[in-house]
Design a protein around this ligand. Structure first.
Ligand code: C5P
Length: 400
């Protein structure tokens, strides 16, 4: 599937650059042409010779190299690939990307390109968690940059936590997802997933048992058919899919804001288990047990994301799909919900405890559309996802 694809690979300056050598080899095995760009900091960790020997091509390093400019200008270089991959993407490189700086070859290529960009961040856990990096991450996600990782784990600096570069084969999977050809190619699809957390005070929150498994499986299945997926997820149990534009949120209101920013999209699939209520005002300090009795919690209603998207006046997605998790009268509730929310389809499932569906690996769904109800047999959640993705592909006319 990757054979004959062209990747411009920018190698940043971090210890994880050694893994990028393996990435080049893995991509080569799959028939990918890798054009390497090594930053000056990257060259402190891996040599231009090893990079170019593994890639079987010249390695580009300098913005103001007269020979390179005569052979292929940097603007042309930035557009000569199907995908730009940055691995490792250091905190510094991500900051430059977020700011639009162009003071060396790598940052200039990233600013000049009109090609999709996938980054594999790698940095110390504190650097990853720093508010400045988190702001840059949000900016880059909003710009449509695709993230592969980082993973949680032990780091070369001796610390533990998020910031480890994704493994070469995980990056290959993310690249495959980003370059997938299929009936949903060039279709932009929004998927919400996971639960939301609604704070009561700084340490407590309202949550639900959604694992995010079905939403994640749907995002994967859509990506496999070539869609550009914007994945907006609450704090889920399962790791997010590779190869999507990822937005992590906590609350329903943050989820709605991330969805609004993602518009316009060709389709929206609202698989998130959004909390219906939040605290009217979350306490800014921890609530204490007092002799005076129990705390009085006042609720406020959360925005309904599915209904908002379905009834959007300027930017309604062409196809809006909601979920109905019910314990009684599944079909009647799902039919009523479709009309009440204004969405096109409802995927309904029975989440009574005996079914083992909530948090489990299988699902048995009803698909409710304007033409009636179909009962799908019980199957693994990723098979439900694949079948739904195919139905979505059939419903959206091929894009020319
Ligand atoms: O109203 P109910 O929660 O049963 O509807 C479920 C559907 O509505 C799901 O698709 C869910 O993602 C969506 N929903 C939403 N925003 C809410 C509540 C539910 O998008 N606040």
């Amino acid at each position: 599937m990757l054979a004959s694809k062209r990747i411009l690979l920018i190698i940043g300056g971090g210890i994880a650059a050694f893994k990028t050598l393996d990435l080049i080899r893995r991509l080569g095995e799959r028939g990918v042409t890798v054009t390497p760009v090594l930053t000056h900091a990257g060259a402190e960790f891996v040599t231009p010779l090893s990079v170019s020997a593994l890639a079987g091509r010249k390695v580009f390093t300098d913005l103001f190299d007269l020979t390179d400019e005569a052979e292929m200008g940097h603007i042309e270089l930035s557009r000569s690939a199907d995908l730009i991959v940055v691995a490792p993407a250091t905190a510094d490189l991500m900051a430059k990307m977020a700011q639009g700086q162009a003071d060396d070859l790598a940052s200039t290529l990233l600013l000049a390109t009109d090609t999709p960009v996938l980054i594999a961040p790698a940095m110390n856990v504190r650097m990853w968690q720093h508010p400045a990096t988190q702001r840059n991450i949000a900016t880059l996600q909003g710009d449509g940059i695709i993230f592969a990782g980082p993973n949680d784990g032990d780091m070369a600096c001796g610390e533990h936590g998020p910031g480890r570069m994704a493994e070469p084969l995980e990056i290959v999977a993310a690249i495959e997802a980003a370059l997938a050809d299929g009936p949903l190619k060039s279709r932009r699809i929004l998927v919400t997933s996971g639960p939301t957390h609604e704070p009561i005070d700084p340490v407590r929150y309202i949550a639900n048992r959604s694992s995010g498994a079905q939403g994640t499986a749907i995002a994967r299945a859509l990506t496999a058919l070539g869609a550009d997926v914007v994945f907006v997820t609450g704090p889920a149990d399962v790791p997010p899919p590779e190869g999507v534009v990822l937005h992590r949120v906590e609350t329903a209101r943050e989820m709605l804001a991330a969805c609004e920013v993602a518009l316009p999209v060709d389709a929206a699939i609202c698989a998130a288990a959004v909390a219906d209520w939040r605290m009217a005002s979350a306490a800014s300090s921890k609530l204490k047990k007092t002799a005076g009795g129990l705390p009085q919690l006042e609720f406020a209603e959360n925005p309904d994301i599915l209904a908002t998207l379905s009834q959007h006046t300027q930017n309604r997605p062409g196809l809006v799909i909601g979920f109905a998790a019910e314990t009684d009268d599944l079909e009647a509730n799902a039919v009523a919900k479709r009309l009440r929310k204004g969405c096109d389809w409802i995927v309904a499932n029975d989440v009574s405890e005996a079914t083992g569906i909530m948090g489990g690996s299988e699902n048995a769904v009803l698909l409710v559309t304007d033409t009636g109800t179909e009962a799908w047999p019980r199957m693994a959640k990723d098979r439900v996802a694949a079948r739904l993705a195919q139905r979505i592909a059939d419903a959206l006319a091929p894009k020319v």
